[in-house]
Design a protein around this ligand. Structure first.
Ligand code: ARG
Length: 271
């Protein structure tokens, strides 16, 4: 039997002011040339893919001077209609939080709070069934995991990242459905690898090249898995497990250390 998709609400931000203007992760080279036209096309293509799969895409207005605002996944964690707006680690992105807070505050969410601890939202916090998988090591503080538990009311599984190239959890692990994930084991410390093995014994594992190609920065609706169109082997593995892989080109966003998932914040509304 095919796994089943659930209709999702996503928040995206057009890459109008996108660029690589500073370096806060190892992928970013401020000397690199970003093709803004191409970035806009890739973003439109991603939005269209989500819409064609039946999902609703909400759009927040981009702001000049915030070139990473396109990566909406980092804006917040949204679970059961409760929103915990992020607190960014780096000064370069700190001003994004207020714009996202305003966006959430004007809409009928059950609760909108702002993180006290450094917390980069769905970049580091992924919902898997009724638990949260939360990354730490580079961006989100460990203490934020306790805060997530308190504010969102779900158990939190702490996972420690150790490879600076995979600085957010969503660069090293993707949740496919309630109890299936795919991940790159080498991005995690030993204790976290053991945790992942215990929780997801039959998980799909990505190779170094796939992880480097942002193949794990994928968006799943429970059946369709949107991932880079370069990840052929992983796409075949997904298909063999009944998922429908959907390839997209996110090459311009990779220059800033991002991919399909980074550009997509899931607004999880109902349990
Ligand atoms: N340049 C951005 C940063 O370093 C990229 C964010 C990618 N987002 C993500 N969810 N992994 O913060």
């Amino acid at each position: 039997m095919k796994p089943s998709a659930r209709r999702r609400h996503y928040l995206m931000c057009p890459p109008t002011y996108f660029g690589v203007e500073y370096a806060i992760n190892p992928w970013m080279d401020p000397g690199a040339v970003v093709d803004t036209r191409r970035a806009a096309d890739q973003w439109e293509q991603l939005r269209t893919v989500h819409q064609k799969l039946g999902h609703t895409v909400h759009v927040i207005e981009p702001r000049p001077g915030l070139p990473d605002m396109v990566f909406t996944a980092n804006a917040a964690t949204v679970v059961d209609g409760r929103v915990l707006v992020s607190r960014f680690r780096h000064a370069e992105r700190a001003a994004e939080a207020a714009h996202f807070r305003t966006w959430f505050a004007r809409r009928p969410f059950r609760q909108v709070s702002t993180a006290d601890r450094v917390n980069e939202g769905q970049g580091d916090v992924l919902t898997a069934g009724r638990k949260l998988l939360a990354g730490t090591g580079f961006r989100t503080e460990r203490a934020a995991h306790r805060e997530l538990r308190t504010v969102l009311g779900l158990p939190v599984v702490t996972l420690t990242l150790v490879d600076p190239r995979f600085y957010h959890l969503d660069t090293a692990l993707a949740v496919l459905d309630e109890d299936q994930v795919m991940y790159y084991p080498e991005a995690f410390d030993e204790a976290s690898r053991a945790t992942l093995l215990a929780l997801f014994p039959s998980a799909l594992r990505a190779t170094t090249a796939e992880a480097e190609g942002f193949a794990l920065n994928a968006v799943s609706d429970g059946r369709h898995v949107v991932l880079p169109d370069t990840a052929d082997r992983l796409a075949d593995e997904l298909a063999a497990r009944g998922f429908d892989p959907v390839g997209v080109d996110v090459s311009e966003f990779r220059k800033a250390g991002g991919g399909a998932k980074c550009c997509t914040l899931e607004l999880h509304l109902e349990p």
